[in-house]
Design a protein around this ligand. Structure first.
Ligand code: SF4
Length: 97
């Protein structure tokens, strides 16, 4: 029974990566080089002092919230997250622009 309960809880979580407001952005780190970050276009990710917080793209699958009034799903969560995890880099890569 408890195993079933845990599975249901996991399915009900909101994954930011599956939200239309989760946007991929490039951060320039030098001449012709950039890294990938994600931001919440609804302005929900904030640092303690109120500045906008960006997260490293390769960690995006870990971002989840219990509830969010701006969540707009991009599709069926389980399938979407499974496919996303297959394509995410395993570390913070540097790309040539
Ligand atoms: S709107 Fe809510 S669910 Fe969507 S990315 Fe922002 S915090 Fe996550």
């Amino acid at each position: 029974m408890s195993e079933q309960y845990d599975e249901n809880s996991a399915d009900e979580r909101i994954y930011c990566a599956n939200c239309i407001n989760c946007k991929l952005v490039r951060t320039q780190i030098g001449a012709g080089q950039h890294q990938l970050r994600v931001r919440c276009a609804a302005g929900k990710w904030k640092k303690k002092l109120g500045e906008e917080k960006f997260y490293k793209y390769f960690t995006v699958a870990r971002r989840s919230v219990e509830s969010c009034d701006s969540y707009e799903t991009m599709g069926e969560t389980k399938t979407y997250m499974k496919e996303l995890k297959k394509t995410l880099p395993i570390k913070d890569e540097v790309y040539v622009s």
